[in-house]
Design a binder for this molecule. Structure first.
Ligand code: 6PG
Length: 268
């Protein structure tokens, strides 16, 4: 279970991006203060991109101790890094090109590799070399940034996907039928080992999935999977985000949070 969960709702999408940027800065700075380094994993998607854009344009960009940040990616599409669809390419153009970061500390996923399974294993090895493990022996990121799709996917963990139930591997390649494409993605054992998770979701079209993620029945009557403990788990992938002994930061705009009951939202 998350040690703490804070769900904040900002009036507009821009205000949500700004709030997420502030949380990003304080978590990264705090990690560097405590550990001398920050292990960070970034997400693709237009909503996470709005935070990267805010970071790049605001004074915050100069307040982040970038020289001590190791940047990884929570998932990637099966395209070259300079392709317009690449998560790495988007983050580099929007954020990293505007940040004083040491590119030797930026670790792109190679989901365009001929042998994507081998590349996933390689990426996991790189994570294990750089990110210290927590008590459960799993590398513990200081911060993992996530978005959520309208179908409740997060990273590249899509409803019904085999990767949802992976309990050993930390990074896997997967085929996403709804996209007809391959992806590479963190799995939940790695995501939920993180010290902090920042989930940013905005837009009217996400209201239903946000309500189901944050208030839905974690034991759905239909097509949930059954964990090794026999407990059925949420059918919506993003409903399974739960940083053990970590902090779960959720930032929404009013449109995405409009179906939430009052007592779900943290008193900011
Ligand atoms: C990706 C992301 C994905 C994204 C969500 C939200 O590769 O696209 O990793 O998980 O964060 O789909 O995307 P939007 O904010 O664009 O809806």
């Amino acid at each position: 279970m998350a040690q703490s969960k804070r769900i904040v709702v900002e009036r507009t999408q821009a205000a949500a991006a700004a709030r997420a940027s502030e949380i990003f800065k304080s978590v990264v700075s705090d990690s560097v203060k405590r550990r001398g380094v920050c292990g960070l994993a970034l997400s693709g998607g237009t909503t996470p991109r709005s935070m990267y854009q805010h970071l790049a344009r605001s004074a915050i960009i100069d307040e982040v101790p970038w020289s001590k940040v190791e940047v990884f990616f929570g998932d990637e599409r099966d395209v070259p890094l300079d392709n317009v669809e690449s998560n790495y390419g988007m983050v580099q153009r929007v954020l990293l090109d505007n940040a004083p970061i040491d590119l030797s500390r930026v670790h792109p996923m190679r989901a365009d590799a001929e042998d994507i399974d081998a590349a996933a294993g390689e990426y996991e090895r790189t994570i294990r070399q750089i990110i210290p493990v927590g008590e459960n022996g799993v590398p513990r990121f200081d911060l993992i940034m996530l978005g959520a799709g309208g179908d409740g996917h997060t990273a590249s963990l899509f409803p019904g996907g085999k990767a949802l139930d992976e309990e050993e591997k930390l990074v896997v390649a997967c085929h996403v039928p709804v996209l007809g494409r391959r992806r590479m993605t963190f799995t939940f054992p790695l995501i939920n080992a993180s010290e902090n998770i920042l989930l940013l979701v905005t837009g009217d079209d996400k209201a239903d999935v946000v309500q189901r993620i944050l208030e839905g029945d974690a034991v759905p009557a239909h097509n949930g999977s059954v964990g090794t403990d026999g407990r059925r788990t949420a059918a919506l992938p993003a409903a399974r985000i739960d940083p053990e002994n970590g902090t779960f930061h959720v930032v929404l705009d009013a449109a995405a949070g409009k179906l939430l009951s009052k007592n779900t939202v943290s008193k900011s």
